[in-house]
Design a protein around this ligand. Structure first.
Ligand code: MRU
Length: 364
Protein backbone atom coordinates (compact mmCIF):
# COMPACT_ATOMS: atom_id res chain seq x y z
CA UNK A 1 0.00 0.00 0.00
CA UNK A 2 1.46 3.37 -0.96
CA UNK A 3 2.31 5.70 1.89
CA UNK A 4 1.25 9.16 0.85
CA UNK A 5 1.89 11.23 3.94
CA UNK A 6 3.87 10.73 7.12
CA UNK A 7 2.11 11.47 10.40
CA UNK A 8 5.31 11.49 12.50
CA UNK A 9 9.01 10.99 11.82
CA UNK A 10 12.49 12.02 12.84
CA UNK A 11 13.61 15.13 10.97
CA UNK A 12 15.38 13.76 7.87
CA UNK A 13 18.40 16.02 8.47
CA UNK A 14 18.47 16.27 12.26
CA UNK A 15 17.96 13.33 14.63
CA UNK A 16 17.36 15.72 17.54
CA UNK A 17 14.13 16.97 16.00
CA UNK A 18 10.82 15.12 15.56
CA UNK A 19 8.39 16.19 12.85
CA UNK A 20 4.62 15.79 12.85
CA UNK A 21 2.04 16.46 10.18
CA UNK A 22 -0.13 19.33 11.43
CA UNK A 23 -3.58 17.77 11.08
CA UNK A 24 -5.29 21.01 12.05
CA UNK A 25 -4.47 22.23 8.58
CA UNK A 26 -5.73 19.27 6.58
CA UNK A 27 -7.19 18.85 4.03
CA UNK A 28 -6.19 22.30 2.87
CA UNK A 29 -2.46 22.42 3.62
CA UNK A 30 0.14 19.70 4.19
CA UNK A 31 2.65 21.07 6.67
CA UNK A 32 5.21 19.23 8.82
CA UNK A 33 5.92 20.93 12.17
CA UNK A 34 9.22 20.53 14.07
CA UNK A 35 9.14 19.39 17.70
CA UNK A 36 12.32 20.24 19.62
CA UNK A 37 11.32 19.68 23.23
CA UNK A 38 8.98 17.45 25.24
CA UNK A 39 6.83 20.56 25.76
CA UNK A 40 6.48 20.82 21.98
CA UNK A 41 5.29 17.21 21.89
CA UNK A 42 2.75 17.91 24.68
CA UNK A 43 1.52 20.96 22.77
CA UNK A 44 1.14 18.88 19.57
CA UNK A 45 -1.03 16.35 21.42
CA UNK A 46 -3.10 18.87 23.41
CA UNK A 47 -3.79 21.17 20.45
CA UNK A 48 -4.42 18.19 18.16
CA UNK A 49 -1.70 18.69 15.56
CA UNK A 50 -1.62 14.94 16.12
CA UNK A 51 -4.68 13.01 17.22
CA UNK A 52 -6.13 9.52 17.17
CA UNK A 53 -5.29 7.08 19.94
CA UNK A 54 -2.35 5.20 18.37
CA UNK A 55 -0.67 8.35 17.06
CA UNK A 56 -1.08 10.09 20.42
CA UNK A 57 0.76 7.14 22.01
CA UNK A 58 3.60 7.24 19.48
CA UNK A 59 3.92 11.03 19.82
CA UNK A 60 4.14 10.69 23.60
CA UNK A 61 6.92 8.13 23.16
CA UNK A 62 8.80 10.55 20.90
CA UNK A 63 8.13 13.22 23.56
CA UNK A 64 10.06 11.07 26.03
CA UNK A 65 12.88 10.82 23.49
CA UNK A 66 12.97 14.63 23.28
CA UNK A 67 12.99 14.67 27.10
CA UNK A 68 16.03 12.36 27.04
CA UNK A 69 17.80 14.79 24.72
CA UNK A 70 17.33 17.52 27.34
CA UNK A 71 18.08 15.47 30.45
CA UNK A 72 19.57 17.58 33.27
CA UNK A 73 22.74 16.56 35.10
CA UNK A 74 20.97 15.45 38.30
CA UNK A 75 17.76 13.75 39.61
CA UNK A 76 17.30 11.53 36.59
CA UNK A 77 14.42 9.48 37.96
CA UNK A 78 12.32 12.41 39.14
CA UNK A 79 13.06 14.27 35.89
CA UNK A 80 11.49 11.47 33.82
CA UNK A 81 8.53 11.21 36.22
CA UNK A 82 7.92 14.94 35.74
CA UNK A 83 8.19 14.67 31.96
CA UNK A 84 5.81 11.75 31.98
CA UNK A 85 3.25 13.69 34.05
CA UNK A 86 3.61 16.74 31.81
CA UNK A 87 2.97 14.65 28.67
CA UNK A 88 0.15 12.71 30.35
CA UNK A 89 -1.73 15.91 31.24
CA UNK A 90 -2.60 16.57 27.60
CA UNK A 91 -5.58 14.39 26.70
CA UNK A 92 -7.34 12.08 29.17
CA UNK A 93 -9.29 9.50 27.19
CA UNK A 94 -7.01 7.52 24.84
CA UNK A 95 -5.27 4.87 26.93
CA UNK A 96 -2.41 4.55 24.42
CA UNK A 97 -0.97 7.80 25.81
CA UNK A 98 -0.57 6.51 29.36
CA UNK A 99 0.63 3.05 28.40
CA UNK A 100 3.26 4.47 26.02
CA UNK A 101 4.51 6.90 28.68
CA UNK A 102 4.79 4.21 31.38
CA UNK A 103 6.65 1.85 29.07
CA UNK A 104 8.92 4.59 27.71
CA UNK A 105 9.90 5.73 31.21
CA UNK A 106 10.54 2.15 32.29
CA UNK A 107 12.77 1.39 29.33
CA UNK A 108 14.69 4.70 29.59
CA UNK A 109 15.35 4.24 33.31
CA UNK A 110 16.79 0.79 32.78
CA UNK A 111 19.71 2.30 30.85
CA UNK A 112 22.92 3.10 32.70
CA UNK A 113 24.25 6.21 30.95
CA UNK A 114 22.82 9.31 29.31
CA UNK A 115 23.80 8.13 25.83
CA UNK A 116 22.11 4.79 26.47
CA UNK A 117 18.98 6.47 27.81
CA UNK A 118 18.74 8.58 24.67
CA UNK A 119 19.28 5.54 22.47
CA UNK A 120 16.75 3.55 24.44
CA UNK A 121 14.15 6.34 24.25
CA UNK A 122 14.51 6.61 20.48
CA UNK A 123 14.43 2.85 19.99
CA UNK A 124 11.27 2.64 22.11
CA UNK A 125 9.49 5.38 20.12
CA UNK A 126 10.45 3.75 16.84
CA UNK A 127 9.28 0.37 18.12
CA UNK A 128 5.94 1.90 19.15
CA UNK A 129 5.49 3.19 15.61
CA UNK A 130 6.48 -0.16 14.10
CA UNK A 131 4.12 -2.03 16.46
CA UNK A 132 1.27 0.26 15.47
CA UNK A 133 1.88 -0.38 11.77
CA UNK A 134 1.98 -4.11 12.40
CA UNK A 135 -1.19 -4.10 14.53
CA UNK A 136 -3.09 -2.08 11.92
CA UNK A 137 -1.96 -4.37 9.10
CA UNK A 138 -3.18 -7.41 11.04
CA UNK A 139 -6.48 -5.70 11.89
CA UNK A 140 -6.89 -5.26 8.15
CA UNK A 141 -6.29 -8.96 7.55
CA UNK A 142 -8.71 -10.03 10.29
CA UNK A 143 -11.39 -7.52 9.27
CA UNK A 144 -11.25 -8.29 5.57
CA UNK A 145 -13.34 -11.52 5.77
CA UNK A 146 -16.23 -9.50 7.25
CA UNK A 147 -16.28 -7.35 4.12
CA UNK A 148 -15.70 -10.33 1.82
CA UNK A 149 -18.69 -12.18 3.30
CA UNK A 150 -21.01 -9.23 2.68
CA UNK A 151 -19.59 -8.74 -0.83
CA UNK A 152 -20.43 -12.36 -1.69
CA UNK A 153 -24.04 -11.81 -0.59
CA UNK A 154 -24.26 -8.62 -2.65
CA UNK A 155 -23.11 -10.23 -5.89
CA UNK A 156 -20.64 -7.56 -6.86
CA UNK A 157 -22.57 -4.50 -5.63
CA UNK A 158 -20.41 -2.23 -3.43
CA UNK A 159 -20.28 -2.97 0.28
CA UNK A 160 -21.46 0.16 2.12
CA UNK A 161 -19.44 0.80 5.25
CA UNK A 162 -20.17 3.62 7.67
CA UNK A 163 -17.39 5.07 9.80
CA UNK A 164 -17.22 7.83 12.39
CA UNK A 165 -14.42 10.31 13.10
CA UNK A 166 -11.01 9.39 11.69
CA UNK A 167 -9.62 6.00 12.56
CA UNK A 168 -7.46 5.97 9.45
CA UNK A 169 -3.74 6.16 8.86
CA UNK A 170 -3.85 9.80 10.00
CA UNK A 171 -4.82 8.54 13.46
CA UNK A 172 -1.95 6.05 13.37
CA UNK A 173 1.20 5.59 11.34
CA UNK A 174 -0.04 3.47 8.45
CA UNK A 175 -3.25 1.65 7.32
CA UNK A 176 -5.36 2.99 10.21
CA UNK A 177 -7.53 0.77 12.38
CA UNK A 178 -11.12 1.05 11.06
CA UNK A 179 -9.81 1.78 7.56
CA UNK A 180 -7.35 -1.14 7.37
CA UNK A 181 -9.95 -3.75 6.30
CA UNK A 182 -11.38 -1.21 3.85
CA UNK A 183 -8.00 -0.50 2.22
CA UNK A 184 -7.28 -4.20 2.00
CA UNK A 185 -10.68 -4.93 0.45
CA UNK A 186 -10.06 -2.24 -2.12
CA UNK A 187 -6.62 -3.69 -2.89
CA UNK A 188 -8.24 -7.10 -3.43
CA UNK A 189 -10.71 -5.62 -5.90
CA UNK A 190 -13.78 -5.86 -3.66
CA UNK A 191 -16.05 -2.91 -4.40
CA UNK A 192 -16.47 -0.77 -1.29
CA UNK A 193 -18.11 2.55 -0.59
CA UNK A 194 -17.72 4.46 2.68
CA UNK A 195 -20.26 6.71 4.36
CA UNK A 196 -18.15 9.31 6.17
CA UNK A 197 -19.75 10.97 9.21
CA UNK A 198 -18.65 14.61 9.27
CA UNK A 199 -17.96 14.23 13.04
CA UNK A 200 -18.79 17.53 14.61
CA UNK A 201 -17.41 19.60 16.20
CA UNK A 202 -13.88 19.19 14.82
CA UNK A 203 -15.02 17.45 11.66
CA UNK A 204 -12.37 14.74 11.62
CA UNK A 205 -14.60 12.79 9.22
CA UNK A 206 -15.11 15.63 6.74
CA UNK A 207 -11.57 16.92 6.97
CA UNK A 208 -9.43 13.84 7.56
CA UNK A 209 -11.27 10.63 6.66
CA UNK A 210 -12.64 12.08 3.41
CA UNK A 211 -9.13 13.36 2.64
CA UNK A 212 -7.34 10.06 3.17
CA UNK A 213 -9.99 7.92 1.45
CA UNK A 214 -9.83 10.31 -1.48
CA UNK A 215 -6.05 10.10 -1.60
CA UNK A 216 -6.30 6.33 -1.78
CA UNK A 217 -9.08 6.31 -4.32
CA UNK A 218 -11.73 4.76 -2.07
CA UNK A 219 -15.26 5.79 -3.12
CA UNK A 220 -16.87 7.67 -0.27
CA UNK A 221 -19.71 10.04 0.53
CA UNK A 222 -19.70 12.62 3.29
CA UNK A 223 -22.85 12.66 5.43
CA UNK A 224 -24.13 14.83 8.26
CA UNK A 225 -23.59 13.17 11.63
CA UNK A 226 -27.31 12.64 12.05
CA UNK A 227 -27.82 10.86 8.72
CA UNK A 228 -26.54 7.41 9.71
CA UNK A 229 -29.79 6.19 11.29
CA UNK A 230 -31.79 7.18 8.22
CA UNK A 231 -29.35 5.35 5.91
CA UNK A 232 -29.55 2.23 8.07
CA UNK A 233 -33.36 2.28 8.03
CA UNK A 234 -33.18 2.20 4.23
CA UNK A 235 -30.70 -0.69 4.05
CA UNK A 236 -27.88 1.54 2.84
CA UNK A 237 -25.35 0.54 5.50
CA UNK A 238 -24.02 -3.03 5.34
CA UNK A 239 -21.47 -2.63 8.09
CA UNK A 240 -20.28 -0.04 10.61
CA UNK A 241 -16.59 0.01 11.58
CA UNK A 242 -15.25 2.57 14.05
CA UNK A 243 -12.03 2.99 15.98
CA UNK A 244 -11.64 3.28 19.73
CA UNK A 245 -9.74 5.43 22.18
CA UNK A 246 -10.16 3.07 25.11
CA UNK A 247 -11.87 -0.30 25.29
CA UNK A 248 -12.39 -1.95 28.65
CA UNK A 249 -11.53 -5.59 29.31
CA UNK A 250 -15.27 -6.29 29.11
CA UNK A 251 -15.65 -4.67 25.70
CA UNK A 252 -17.16 -1.25 26.45
CA UNK A 253 -15.82 1.18 23.86
CA UNK A 254 -14.98 4.86 24.29
CA UNK A 255 -14.73 6.58 20.93
CA UNK A 256 -15.48 9.95 19.35
CA UNK A 257 -18.71 11.57 20.52
CA UNK A 258 -21.63 10.23 18.50
CA UNK A 259 -20.33 6.68 18.20
CA UNK A 260 -22.90 5.47 20.75
CA UNK A 261 -25.79 6.86 18.71
CA UNK A 262 -24.52 5.01 15.63
CA UNK A 263 -24.35 1.79 17.63
CA UNK A 264 -27.95 2.26 18.85
CA UNK A 265 -29.17 2.87 15.31
CA UNK A 266 -27.16 -0.11 14.05
CA UNK A 267 -28.74 -2.39 16.61
CA UNK A 268 -32.24 -1.17 15.81
CA UNK A 269 -31.66 -1.86 12.13
CA UNK A 270 -29.68 -5.11 12.31
CA UNK A 271 -26.50 -3.52 10.88
CA UNK A 272 -23.32 -5.18 12.22
CA UNK A 273 -21.33 -2.75 14.37
CA UNK A 274 -17.61 -3.58 14.64
CA UNK A 275 -14.86 -1.78 16.51
CA UNK A 276 -11.26 -1.97 15.28
CA UNK A 277 -9.11 -2.03 18.40
CA UNK A 278 -5.36 -2.56 18.50
CA UNK A 279 -4.41 -4.00 21.88
CA UNK A 280 -2.64 -0.69 22.65
CA UNK A 281 -6.15 0.80 22.95
CA UNK A 282 -7.45 -1.81 25.39
CA UNK A 283 -7.40 -0.85 29.06
CA UNK A 284 -7.11 -4.19 30.85
CA UNK A 285 -7.42 -2.49 34.24
CA UNK A 286 -11.03 -1.43 33.90
CA UNK A 287 -14.34 -3.15 33.22
CA UNK A 288 -17.10 -0.55 33.23
CA UNK A 289 -16.59 2.04 30.49
CA UNK A 290 -19.35 4.37 31.63
CA UNK A 291 -18.08 4.65 35.18
CA UNK A 292 -14.36 4.31 34.69
CA UNK A 293 -13.39 6.13 31.49
CA UNK A 294 -12.47 9.79 31.79
CA UNK A 295 -14.30 11.60 28.99
CA UNK A 296 -12.41 14.62 27.70
CA UNK A 297 -14.26 17.93 27.62
CA UNK A 298 -12.73 20.45 25.27
CA UNK A 299 -13.05 24.19 24.83
CA UNK A 300 -16.59 25.11 23.74
CA UNK A 301 -15.06 27.37 21.11
CA UNK A 302 -14.66 24.24 18.96
CA UNK A 303 -18.46 23.97 18.94
CA UNK A 304 -19.36 27.59 18.61
CA UNK A 305 -17.06 28.30 15.68
CA UNK A 306 -16.46 26.32 12.52
CA UNK A 307 -13.30 26.30 10.44
CA UNK A 308 -13.04 26.16 6.68
CA UNK A 309 -11.08 27.36 3.67
CA UNK A 310 -11.81 30.82 2.30
CA UNK A 311 -9.75 33.41 0.48
CA UNK A 312 -6.73 31.14 0.34
CA UNK A 313 -6.50 30.43 4.06
CA UNK A 314 -8.12 28.55 6.94
CA UNK A 315 -10.66 30.79 8.65
CA UNK A 316 -13.22 30.32 11.39
CA UNK A 317 -16.71 31.72 11.65
CA UNK A 318 -19.15 31.94 14.53
CA UNK A 319 -22.05 29.48 14.27
CA UNK A 320 -24.33 30.53 17.12
CA UNK A 321 -25.37 33.61 19.10
CA UNK A 322 -22.27 35.35 20.46
CA UNK A 323 -23.14 34.73 24.12
CA UNK A 324 -24.32 31.09 23.93
CA UNK A 325 -22.32 28.67 26.03
CA UNK A 326 -21.49 25.22 24.67
CA UNK A 327 -20.60 21.87 26.24
CA UNK A 328 -18.02 20.02 24.22
CA UNK A 329 -17.83 16.36 25.25
CA UNK A 330 -15.24 14.78 22.99
CA UNK A 331 -16.03 11.07 23.47
CA UNK A 332 -18.83 8.74 24.50
CA UNK A 333 -19.02 5.14 25.62
CA UNK A 334 -20.73 2.43 23.61
CA UNK A 335 -21.66 -0.45 25.92
CA UNK A 336 -20.35 -3.86 24.89
CA UNK A 337 -23.89 -5.17 24.33
CA UNK A 338 -24.19 -2.90 21.27
CA UNK A 339 -20.89 -4.02 19.73
CA UNK A 340 -21.14 -6.95 17.31
CA UNK A 341 -17.43 -7.71 17.53
CA UNK A 342 -13.98 -6.30 18.14
CA UNK A 343 -11.35 -6.58 15.43
CA UNK A 344 -7.91 -6.83 17.03
CA UNK A 345 -4.48 -7.67 15.67
CA UNK A 346 -5.01 -11.23 16.91
CA UNK A 347 -8.44 -11.79 15.38
CA UNK A 348 -12.09 -10.86 15.77
CA UNK A 349 -13.84 -11.57 19.07
CA UNK A 350 -17.02 -10.90 20.98
CA UNK A 351 -17.09 -7.62 22.90
CA UNK A 352 -16.75 -9.33 26.25
CA UNK A 353 -14.12 -10.27 28.81
CA UNK A 354 -14.27 -13.85 27.56
CA UNK A 355 -13.89 -12.79 23.95
CA UNK A 356 -10.96 -10.47 24.58
CA UNK A 357 -9.11 -12.74 26.99
CA UNK A 358 -9.49 -15.69 24.62
CA UNK A 359 -7.43 -13.67 22.13
CA UNK A 360 -5.15 -12.27 24.84
CA UNK A 361 -4.85 -15.14 27.37
CA UNK A 362 -1.91 -13.41 29.05
CA UNK A 363 -4.43 -10.82 30.37
CA UNK A 364 -6.65 -13.35 32.17
O1 MRU B 1 -10.24 13.47 19.21
P1 MRU B 1 -9.50 12.57 18.28
O2 MRU B 1 -9.49 13.03 16.86
O3 MRU B 1 -8.13 12.21 18.80
O4 MRU B 1 -10.39 11.25 18.32
C1 MRU B 1 -10.02 10.13 17.55
C2 MRU B 1 -11.02 9.06 17.59
O5 MRU B 1 -12.02 9.10 18.29
C3 MRU B 1 -10.70 7.86 16.79
O6 MRU B 1 -11.86 7.27 16.31
C4 MRU B 1 -9.97 6.88 17.72
O7 MRU B 1 -8.86 7.49 18.33
C5 MRU B 1 -9.49 5.71 17.05
S1 MRU B 1 -8.09 6.11 16.12
C6 MRU B 1 -7.52 4.74 15.33
Amino acid sequence: MSKLLTTIRLHPANERVVQVLDQRRLPFEEVMVDLHTPEDAAHAIREMLVRGAPLIGVTAAYGMYLAALHEPAASVESYYQQQKSMLAATRPTAVDLFAALDQAAQSILQAGSLAERQQQALAFAQQCAADSIDACRRIGEHGLPLIEAIARQKNGAPVNILTHCNAGFLACIEYGTATAPIYLAQERGIPVHVWVDETRPRNQGARLTAFELGRRGVPHTLIADNAGGHLMQHGLVDLVITGTDRTTRCGDVANKIGTYLKALAAQDNGAPFYVAAPSSSIDWNIRDGLREINIEQRDDRELRYIEGWAEGRIQEVLLCPEGSAGANFAFDVTPARLVTGIITERGVCAASEDGLTTLFPEKR
